[in-house]
Design a protein around this ligand. Sequence first.
Ligand SMILES: [Zn+2]
Length: 243
Amino acid sequence: MELTYLLNSGFMVRSGRTVLLFDDYDDPSGAADRMMDAGDFDRLYIFVSHAHFDHFGTHIRAYADRTTRYIFSFDLRRTKRVKLFPTNNIVYMKRYTEWSDDRLHVWTYDSTDVGVSFLVEFEDGSRVFHAGDFNWWNWLGDKEENRQMAEKAFKKQMAKLRNLDADVAFFPVDGRLGAAQEMGPQAFVDKTDVKALVAMHRVGYPRWEPSETFFGKREPIPTWAPTVPGETRRFVDGQFISD
Ligand SMILES: [Zn+2]
């Protein structure tokens, strides 16, 4: 698998001749454009986890001619922006649903914000999980009751993700949460069987390194926290490799 950071929660994932774009609302390094120009792929699937501006932009409609499917969270259906996309090539997914074709299998989970999370399985059985805005949104300055609600929502959803098996998981490590930024991803890696973690949703914050206690109860797994648009890693034998 080859992974390229676009911006925020935007990533390009390539496996063989299949390319996935996740939450590509903006691509300042032009990585997806270069992939389109090179044209050495035969399937392109464009995923959007929810309609927030920092996940869903309209520049991905430029890829319409080469897009196998737009796989959109159900909440995009109500936006004006989605009218710019070819209706017959969009699959809208609600939470806890499945979609597949001869190349991919996709499952959705709930978010703790808007929209869905995606679990995607390639033909060879490798899997990626993209959380969207699913996270433990524990805003430390917020009212106690709001923080309790955030915790409850997160834990309820975590129960459904228990033992989730994925090779690579993209998950928010949002710097705005300050001292609480590791709580969501830490609980996530603790309760699931993901084999590697990619930090996302932290534009403007320094490169994240897991704190000493991050892997408290489990074996450490490889992490990658890209900060520069266009950064790429190959994921081979369970490790992130930079070229
Ligand atoms: Zn977001």
